[in-house]
Design a protein around this ligand. Structure first.
Ligand SMILES: Nc1ncnc2c1ncn2[C@@H]1O[C@H](COP(=O)(O)OP(=O)(O)OP(=O)(O)O)[C@@H](O)[C@H]1O
Ligand SMILES: [Mg+2]
Length: 242
């Protein structure tokens, strides 16, 4: 459904992505791993139209999107959960969730389901989002994205800064997305968390895709490859920087 082909993205004169190529099939969850500063966010922003590639091609359901503005791409059913839990700080939790809701019919995420998964949000229902903790803001950002009921979700480090219990909860929500057949790109630095729940994984290094596998469990067990690609030792491979 999503094809990214040989994309080069620049900030001014500095080239960040070098012929990045990636595809996501219908219903597939793809893990995008890489150390700090390797270009993960740049790739995700290029896909959603916040940045435009200087060369290369991106298609979504066969439609060329690489020149479209972000609002148009979003309306096609692509939802970004940006890195750093961005929400509307002056609106309450309730308002943040209500404005994000988009009804699509069977299989959609309802408000009740979002609150069941993230009960902390219900407890803080009438509080301004800006007063929530970082972890709660991340849950709210994810809740907003779920209620948008898009066809593909791009999750940029959704577990960054969360306590272990909330990381586990986030994992369950991603697993549920996958069961419902929603496609996703999961950008992460938590290697085991990612490899345990994706259909396929790619590794980005200095703006290049340096590894791709449809057997994430094999990569998880391959200490030498993890060390070479991500600089992590197996066993304590919970995070790239552990
Ligand atoms: N607005 C910008 N202008 C210039 N350079 C930038 C800009 N944003 C990011 N970069 C550079 O582009 C490179 C890739 O950054 P990017 O944010 O895509 O990495 P990342 O893999 O998402 O890292 P992290 O894990 O820290 O989120 C880095 O060298 C970064 O310094
Ligand atoms: Mg990033």
């Amino acid at each position: 459904m999503l094809e990214v082909q040989a994309v080069d993205t620049f900030y001014g004169s500095s080239q960040i992505l070098h012929a990045a190529t990636l595809s996501v099939r219908e219903g597939e969850v793809v893990g995008l791993l890489g150390r700090n500063g390797m270009g993960k966010t740049t790739l995700v922003h290029t896909i959603v139209g916040l940045l435009h590639p200087r060369s290369g091609e991106i298609t979504f359901d066969g439609k060329r999107i690489s020149t479209l503005p972000a609002e148009k791409i979003s309306r096609l059913g692509m939802t970004l959960v940006p890195q750093g839990h961005r929400v509307f700080p002056s609106l309450t939790v309730r308002e943040n969730l209500r404005i994000a809701r988009r009804r699509v019919g069977p299989g959609e995420w309802t408000m009740e389901e979002v609150l069941e998964n993230f009960p902390a949000l219900e407890q803080r229902w009438s509080v301004s989002a800006g007063k929530l903790s970082g972890g709660q803001q991340q849950m709210l950002a994810m809740g907003r994205a779920l209620l948008g009921n898009g066809r593909i979700m791009l999750l940029d480090e959704p577990t960054e800064g969360l306590d272990p219990q909330t990381v586990a909860r986030m994992g369950e929500v991603i697993d549920e997305l996958r069961r419902r057949g929603t496609s996703a790109i999961l950008v992460e630095q938590k290697v085991n968390f990612t490899l345990d729940r994706v259909d396929r994984a790619v590794v980005l290094s200095r703006g290049r895709i340096v590894h791709e596998t449809d057997r994430p469990q094999e990569l998880k067990a391959d200490a030498a490859a993890l060390q070479r690609l991500l600089g992590v030792s197996a066993g304590h491979g919970a995070a790239v920087h552990s």
